[in-house]
Design a protein around this ligand. Structure first.
Ligand code: BDR
Ligand code: CA
Length: 315
């Protein structure tokens, strides 16, 4: 099985990515590290805790709290998109969440050092924790096996501004530093990949809702808020970039096309803040990442359906 950490700003799709890490038998989820992003920090922690409980894994995978704001900028939430990130679901003891004493950045550094070259980090929020770890520990880049980053657009549309995708927009300095550092990186971009291949239509969501397990009910509930938002801006369904990022790490057969790119992130301009310049071979730049260009949407949908069929008892 594959050792991994999920670094997350836990709203809906992040919760689904956590389910991938918690339920897929090929994954060995060693920790959940939290970074400031989509919704308020305490709410993100509640959402991660709730997801652990739904997967029947409470107390088995530690939650580490990480950076509370971006490196340089003010924090920008996405509560207009995500609501509270859990469709209003709460555990009875929601404010009594057990978390590790170890800061997320230290946990990332330690876990990478304990298994040099092995650890995969699924990065599905702003890259603040990763950038901080690389500044703090000179061996971090060498020790990490690979980063699987949801962020940016492959010269396509943004989702928070015309130019930028949310995760890179919120902490562009962190994203820029991470792409310049020499990690082995795979990127799942917002556009065109997510918007074309990882949107679950209402018909598909209805099909998932018929599965009838507690996990399927949880999924249906949490994706409700983003579905309403997505439809209001003309996206024909609910978007799943974060769970896709974890899924392609565990199941490379989902990927139909990927290519080496030189990726850099705009930090100078306000108009294009967080824009990801993804240069393919023609510009003559040295590649620093592999960008996923196409996946098999049917196989991805079937994979998520399979996870939701798991007969786990919520803990
Ligand atoms: C990213 O931002 C959040 O809304 C999602 O969880 C995803 O990580 C998409 O831009
Ligand atoms: Ca996210």
């Amino acid at each position: 099985s594959i050792p991994l950490v999920i670094d997350t700003d836990t709203a809906q799709d992040d919760c689904v990515a956590l389910l991938v890490g918690l339920l897929d038998p090929d994954a060995e989820l060693r920790a959940i590290t939290m970074v400031a992003g989509n919704v308020g920090f305490a709410q993100q922690v509640r959402n991660a805790h709730l997801t652990l409980a739904m997967a029947g894994r409470l107390g088995e995978v530690p939650i580490h709290l990480g950076c509370r704001r971006p490196l340089v900028r003010e924090w920008v939430s996405a509560e207009n998109v995500h609501g509270d990130g859990s469709g209003g679901l709460r555990l009875a003891d929601a404010d009594d969440v057990e978390v590790s004493d170890e800061h997320a950045v230290d946990a990332l550094i330690r876990l990478a050092a304990e298994a040099p070259g092995e650890l995969r980090i699924v990065c599905i929020g702003p890259l603040t924790n990763i950038a901080t770890a690389l500044v703090k520990d000179p061996d971090f880049v060498r020790n990490v096996g690979s980063l699987w980053i949801m962020g940016g657009s492959n010269n396509g549309r943004g989702n928070i501004t015309a130019a930028a995708e949310y995760n890179f927009y919120v902490d562009p300095e962190a994203a820029k530093a991470v792409f310049a550092a020499g990690f082995d990186i795979t990127v799942v971009p917002w556009d065109p990949l997510t918007l074309r291949d990882a949107v679950f239509s209402r018909e598909r969501l209805a099909e998932l809702a018929t599965i009838g397990t507690p996990l399927a009910r949880f999924f249906t509930r949490i994706v409700g808020t983003t579905l309403a938002f997505d439809e209001s801006v003309g996206i024909p369904g609910s978007t799943h970039p974060d769970s896709l990022t974890a899924a392609v790490l565990l199941h490379p057969e989902l990927v139909l096309a990927s290519a080496p790119y030189a990726v850099d992130v705009e930090t100078g301009s306000e108009l294009t803040r967080g824009y990801s310049a993804m240069s393919w071979g023609v510009h003559g730049l040295e590649p620093n990442a592999r960008v996923i260009e196409r996946i098999d949407p049917e196989a991805f949908f079937a994979y998520i359906g399979g996870l939701l069929r798991s007969e786990v008892q919520p803990s």
